[in-house]
Design a binder for this molecule. Structure first.
Ligand code: PMV
Length: 365
């Protein structure tokens, strides 16, 4: 017997007269998690809630050109990265289309040419899946939006996050900003497993223009994919405690964000980064994504913070790069610190200056 897929009625799309062709262009930012998502179940549902800063400079820009065709067995599309056909991206896009078809039922009626590019170097070790899938979700959902007046801006953001999540969990958090929360959390109204919501709790102004300088320690391809890493949490001896820890840290972080308490912000954010990597190091099989330069940078941040009474702290993604987070008023000093002390530990001396941003937007042609 064929297994029936569970469909979330709320996100279904009404029928409408299909246009012959069209084009939509969106850009969507990357995001950096303060409370980390690591461990999932079902179809991209998180084992714990996560909270991230939406970024601003690191974006994926995507243009989707769609042309009507006879309904096909297989999805018909081609992906181009910086104008060049990029077949290596296509399996991920095919999986994504399969997962979202129930919510955008016209997908098989079209051929899609998907042109995509990142504003950050492709081989920077910065995951482009969050920004890439968020941008693609927005482009495809725009086809529905043209014909569905019910899809208000708010509903569009919610459905875009829901769709993006089906492509890559963290992509759910790349739709709006300045912070997004994904996953059910006790005490956070409207939080959901299915999509991320804009963080609408009280937020001290210091966090509205927080800076993120990304130190590119290792620009190589990820040695362990995040899908594999998430799966290793399934039989992980410390997993349950880790999920509880994340829920608790999120409750603590909410107070910190309200009060502008930079000391405890540092403590929670760094603890989360190290907890994420501790889970990796204690998986079976175990693995380490940090490099010697990652540790060197962390120690130098700690020494700098101590000596300069600074609020700079670090976080890590599933990789060796270090994100330096700090208030805007420290920008000049921190960039001097980066140039004088940290750049030597970056591959080819590369780093990216980013800051908190507001989310995905249409690219006007
Ligand atoms: O979205 P995924 O499946 O690539 O997972 C990303 C997980 C982390 O980046 C390590 C943490 C997070 O919450 O973004």
């Amino acid at each position: 017997m064929k297994k029936r897929k569970m469909v979330q009625e709320e996100f279904c799309c009404p029928t409408f007269n299909l246009p012959e062709k069209g084009v939509h262009s969106w850009q969507a930012p990357s995001n950096i998690a303060l409370i980390k998502y690591w461990g999932k179940y079902g179809l991209q549902l998180p084992k714990n809630a996560s909270l991230s800063f939406t970024l601003s400079a690191c974006q994926t820009q995507t243009k989707v050109i769609y042309t009507k065709q006879k309904q096909a067995d297989k999805f018909s599309f081609k992906v181009f990265l910086k104008g060049e056909h990029a077949p290596s991206f296509e399996p991920k896009v095919a999986t994504f289309l399969e997962r979202i078809e129930a919510y955008l039922p016209f997908l098989r009626n079209y051929h899609f040419d998907i042109y995509t590019q990142n504003t950050f170097p492709h081989s920077s070790g910065i995951a482009s899946s969050a920004s890439g899938l968020a941008a693609l979700a927005c482009c495809l959902l725009s086809i529905e939006k043209e014909h569905n007046p019910e899809l208000t801006e708010e509903k569009f953001a919610k459905k875009a996050s829901f769709l993006a999540r089906l492509g890559s969990g963290s992509a759910a958090r790349s739709i709006t900003g300045p912070l997004m929360l994904w996953g059910e959390h006790q005490g956070t109204e409207k939080s959901s497993q299915l999509f991320a919501i804009p963080y609408e709790e009280p937020l001290d102004t210091i966090f509205r223009d927080f800076q993120d300088t990304i130190l590119l320690v290792d620009r190589g391809k990820k040695e362990v994919s995040s899908t594999l890493g998430h799966n290793l949490m399934l039989n992980h001896p410390y997993a349950e405690n880790r999920f509880q820890q994340a829920q608790h840290q999120l409750s603590q972080l909410k107070k910190v964000l309200k009060e502008g308490d930079l000391k405890n912000f540092t403590k929670i954010v760094e603890m989360e980064a190290l907890a994420l990597h501790a889970m990796m190091m204690t998986s079976d099989p175990y693995f380490i994504l940090m490099k010697p330069n990652t540790l060197e940078i962390i120690h130098r941040i700690w020494a700098y913070r101590e000596a300069n009474d600074s609020a700079v702290c670090f976080t890590l993604d599933a990789g060796a790069n270090v994100h330096l987070l700090y208030p805007k008023k420290e920008k000049k000093k921190i960039l001097d610190f980066v140039k004088n002390q940290l750049v030597a530990f970056c591959e080819k001396g590369q780093y990216i200056c980013d800051e908190v941003g507001l989310g995905a937007s249409v690219i006007e042609s």
